[in-house]
Design a protein around this ligand. Sequence first.
Ligand SMILES: [Zn+2]
Length: 354
Amino acid sequence: MIQPLKIFSLNSTKPIQQTNNTKLPHVSFATKPDTFEKTVPQKSILAPAYVPFLGYAHDEQVRALGHIVCPCCGIEMMTQEDMHDVSKNLGCTSKEAVKTLDKYEKHMRPIEKECFNLLKGWSEEKPDANFRDLLRENKAPQLAKLQEKQNTILDTVNEISKQLSEKEQQEIQKVTDLTRKLVASDDKEIKFKRKSFIKDVEKLEPQISNKEVYAQIHQEAEKMPTSQNDVSAFVVKYSERSHKEIGERLVKLSVGTIEHIHPRSEGGRNVPGNYMLECGGCNHERQSIPLGDWVDAHPEMKENSQKYIDEVIKRINKGEMKGFSFYPEAVAKTLYHESNGKLNLKVEGIKANA
Ligand SMILES: [Zn+2]
């Protein structure tokens, strides 16, 4: 007989299936998972409708921080409502889109801001053209710049591989030769893809005996420009997309998202002390990189996460975050722990009655 289940307490840590990019709360089972699975058909517990959103209210409190600085890159983030406003009001011409996006320029990440300013300049000449037409018309010089950067990286990879045996060197050369062809090709069907290049390099790892040299090669391969860190790559990639998609992309990564400080994939829990509002760009880029390593690569996070906490405290003191005065301390503790002491934030000045 199936017993009624005392399911899903907040202090459990078993992750449940994640769908798309939605971060579902961590739930755990009061009963042991294996017992649970024997008595209830697996499907029913995984269907979204059956997921109890116990962490949800806290998640919403953090989300409601809205236009706060990203604790990682320091931009002032946007909200979902801002994003809807952009989507609705891009119109069909660059003139309309520029008018809408101008309001959000201060929220844009650096590469997006640079691209927006290029588009703005081109739009002054041709206000009735849409974003895609403008990118296409101005693609050629950006493509040339991009190819030059890509080829320089391939040259460096070949140079590093000279420290390897002749056979290993030849294997690397095969990959870089093929990549060079893809980079040079203007056939839209077989264009260069950064991820597949990195994967091709990774396939060679077992064959390369000198792991230090392999690591250098891999590190170099990862420097291949992306539309998130390079203006030319942005122009080239998005010249194939629609006007609306280009307009949305300029601000999409500035929208605040829930970041699990201790990554969910590593067992991080769905509790407010493990949440920060972080821009989509930083959240996506970090994935499950350990926080200590992430801080080493992004030292600006020390200053920006302090700004974030200071702003939260200000809002708590204004009475805007009822019942949430524990949050700054809790987050600071998680950040300290997860970064091995590299993020040591001051939590000061919370009023006693807040
Ligand atoms: Zn950010």
